[in-house]
Design a protein around this ligand. Structure first.
Ligand code: AN7
Length: 380
């Protein structure tokens, strides 16, 4: 039987296109290589001829896409001799930072909004041994404090303003192109700080560089033209579409939102750090931003779980909620191939899931008669 080499993470796989050296010590947990699942039942429900794939980033080692960026950011922090990393987070960045710091043997300080992160994410920061600082404020307050802290202590920021984060996250686009053999027509993502939509665009642009000029203006991490990698492999880039939660939608309001609020706590962000880059992505790709209500987000999360067997966290479902509406309205035309990024695992936020589920949970005596009734009453 032929054996395939063991998968050892995205830096090893894409080292030609990433800023690492031959002797760089790689801090990895085997992130990346996530499944691209073709939806069967949702397109049928929509009664539209579209191909919808979900890129299930919830299957990364800490359960979100943040691991792609964190393997790079922590690898580079360690290479530079840093002994401590710091981030503000709505939960997933802190989980990833804590895990990769543990792996590297350095300290992670994480600032999270008190009472506003999902339970699974708090459990992760604590178990991975981060120093957790719960602030009586939101993500945007935390981000401001983290930036100020770097002037007072030798700590490396691992939020997505760290350019190595985007370099790691661009590999999701590589995987999608390799699997489909081409770029999708549309790529839909939930947007908070807009780091991930920027990173995807950098990745797509490296695989299908425009004939003239820089790969993409959004590629701030390499001053406008990427020195890594060896040219394009496909001929097109997707239209990029970013969806925000309606109560937390600065890209729709045209500026920062002071008191962002949404059930999708991961994207409860009022002052996106990649503001300019995101508009560059929108312009260069011919895409758009839109917003989804909490009701739409939760309905899409439930639909995906009940009809496709894929459990993502609420923020992630914004990508599908928005895409479904745009397909229905014809903004995304029939015949299109669409990828929706499911940024985080549903297990991150069991409270929200249990609260909104209407599936029967029947409590009975541990006796055959009682169980028989429960089953026969519920047969179709
Ligand atoms: C599940 O963890 O910002 O637009 O601090 O956790 O790149 O910010 C999380 C963001 C989407 C938005 N989906 O991505 C954090 C944090 C999930 C997320 C986003 C986040 P960006």
């Amino acid at each position: 039987m032929p054996f395939r080499p063991r998968y050892t993470g995205l830096i090893d796989k894409y080292r030609d296109r990433l800023p690492v050296h031959d002797d760089t010590r790689i801090i990895s947990l085997g992130e990346g290589n996530t499944p691209l699942i073709r939806l069967h039942n949702v397109p049928r429900l929509l009664e539209k001829d579209v191909d919808i794939y979900v890129k299930y980033e919830g299957l990364n080692p800490t359960g979100s896409f943040k691991d792609r960026g964190m393997t790079m950011a922590v690898t580079k922090a360690v290479e530079a001799g840093s002994k401590a990393i710091i981030c503000a987070s709505t939960g997933n960045t802190s989980a990833a930072a804590a895990a990769y710091a543990a792996r590297a043997g350095i300290t992670a300080f994480v600032l999270i909004p008190d009472g506003k992160i999902a339970m699974g994410k708090l459990a992760q920061a604590m178990m991975y041994g981060a120093i957790t600082i719960q602030i009586k404020g939101n993500f945007d307050d935390g981000m401001q404090l983290v930036k100020e802290m770097t002037e007072h202590a030798p700590v490396t920021i691992v939020n997505s303003i760290n350019p190595f984060r985007l370099q790691g996250q661009k590999t999701a686009a590589f995987e999608i192109v390799e699997e489909l053999g081409r770029a999708p027509d549309f790529h839909c993502l939930p947007v908070g700080n807009a780091g991930n939509i920027t990173a995807h665009w950098i990745g797509y642009s490296e695989y299908a560089p425009p004939s003239d000029g820089p790969v993409t203006e959004a590629c701030t991490s390499c001053d406008g033209h990427c020195p890594y990698g060896g040219g394009g492999i496909v001929g097109s880039r997707p239209t990029m579409v970013g969806y925000q939660a309606a109560g937390s939608a600065p890209f729709l309001r045209g500026g920062p939102v002071a008191e962002p609020d949404t059930v999708a706590t991961a994207i409860r962000i009022g002052n996106p750090q990649s503001w300019d880059n995101a508009w560059t992505v929108q312009r260069e790709s011919g895409g758009w931003f839109d917003e989804c209500t909490d009701t739409e987000i939760l309905a899409a999360q439930k639909l995906l779980a009940e009809r496709e067997g894929v459990f993502c966290e609420p923020a992630s479902a914004a990508s599908l909620a928005g895409a479904m509406r745009d397909v229905r309205d014809g903004k995304i035309p029939e015949g299109s191939s669409i990828v929706c990024t499911l940024t985080g695992n549903g297990l991150k936020d069991p409270d929200t899931a249990i609260k909104q589920s209407s599936a029967p949970v029947i409590t009975t005596e541990a006796q055959l008669d009682a169980v028989k009734t429960a089953i026969l009453d519920n047969m179709d």
